[in-house]
Design a binder for this molecule. Structure first.
Ligand SMILES: *Cc1c(COP(=O)(O)O)cnc(C)c1O
Length: 359
């Protein structure tokens, strides 16, 4: 069976060594030494000034909304994972959808201004598949209307824009370190910010609002993560360059093998250094997609419809037709991509896909 992804696992002895240390210290969670070490190493690796290791990527989004004190309407993308929209609704804000760019599948920055009202407090956009949003245009709009910007960077680990980390754009960028992501800590996530004041706020928001054991800055939540999760991250971080190189090789191989397939792919931003976190193809029609999925499933190959359906069709939002998103959602498919995937398996996936188009 070949799934769309398969988590990387480090050699078990390397994880056990960290576990040994946890046993000796009997310090399991609450800002322990491994959490600190992971945060330091991630800041260095990702080249960001402030980073907080959190329970998951969804609590990171919720903390980001709280940290920036967003209220009312938040402009967002309908083409993302459901957590992007649900976190807005969960924080009692209203998601206002703006359609995506037909080439990059990221929020179409040219359509944002028309969606701004006097109730708009922020923009929450996703770097879809790790492909950077139009960060400069979005910042210009945010500056003009005094809006805050949150990037859902769950796919954007190690992506660069104009030679620097894309995570340094916007007021806060969130990351997900879920087992299915490029870099993982089993469950986990992070919030990144270039702003020291915002950083202070994230620090207490993730820890129940504590200022001292007996006093509080304000409302907070349990957004912390544990020593065991940090240990998994520290193990995996040693292999991340190797994993990224492998994913690039595999993606390039897909490119050569799918040349005859009638499809398109999202275009990567001209200024981006892509992280190869997903391999997405767009087929000619939903019928072609369903045919391809059926043929692959018969061979025990399970691609995923990331993303389907449009988030503007959820039953707790104001349902809005989004022509480009609706079209892409019907036709987009993420093919298996993970470090252990082999060229032979890609040969087989390509053969099945081509045969589904009667080659
Ligand atoms: C995975 C993902 C999330 C949620 O992250 P969790 O760590 O699973 O909570 C949010 N947004 C996007 C775009 C994702 O892919």
């Amino acid at each position: 069976m070949i799934n769309v992804t398969k988590p990387f696992l480090p050699p078990i002895e390397e994880y056990q060594k960290y576990v040994q240390g946890i046993w000796e210290r009997t310090w399991l969670t609450n800002n322990g030494p491994l959490v600190n070490e992971l945060e330091l190493k991630l800041k260095e690796y990702l080249d960001v000034p402030h980073l907080f290791f959190l329970g998951n990527g969804t609590i990171a989004l919720q903390i980001a909304i709280k940290a920036l004190d967003l209220k009312g309407e938040i402009i967002t993308t309908p083409f993302s994972y459901v957590a992007t929209t649900s976190s807005i609704a969960w924080e009692n804000c209203k998601p206002v959808f703006v359609d995506i760019d037909p080439k990059t599948f990221n929020i179409n920055a040219d359509l944002i201004e028309a969606a701004i009202t006097e109730n708009t407090s922020g923009i929450m956009a996703t770097h879809v598949y790790g492909n950077p949003c139009d960060v400069e245009k979005i910042q210009a709009i945010a500056d003009k209307y005094k809006l805050k910007v949150i990037y859902d960077g769950a796919h954007a680990f190690a992506t660069k824009y104009a030679g620097e980390s894309v995570l340094n754009y916007g007021d806060i960028t969130t990351l997900s370190f879920h087992a299915t992501k490029l870099f993982h800590t089993t469950e986990g996530g992070a919030a990144v910010t270039p702003n020291a004041e915002v950083a202070k706020k994230i620090a207490y928001l993730r820890n129940f609002g504590h200022a001292t054991p007996e006093s509080f800055h304000g409302i907070g939540v349990n957004g912390k993560n544990s020593e065991f999760h940090a240990a998994m991250g520290l193990c995996n971080l040693k292999y991340i360059d190797q994993i990224r190189r492998r994913r690039k090789e595999l993606s390039d191989y897909y490119d050569t093998k799918l040349q005859l397939l009638r499809h398109t792919k999202p275009s990567i931003q001209a200024k981006a250094e892509f992280n190869y976190s997903y391999y997405a193809i767009v087929l000619e029609s939903e019928t072609a997609l369903l045919k391809a999925v059926e043929a692959l499933n018969l061979q025990w190959i399970y691609p995923r419809r990331y993303f389907y359906p449009s988030l503007a069709t959820l039953n707790y939002v104001e349902q809005t037709p989004m022509p480009i998103t609706d079209d892409i959602c019907r036709r987009v498919l993420c093919l298996p991509l993970f470090h252990e995937l082999t060229f032979e398996e890609i040969d087989m996936i390509a053969r099945v896909l081509l045969r589904s188009q009667n080659y």
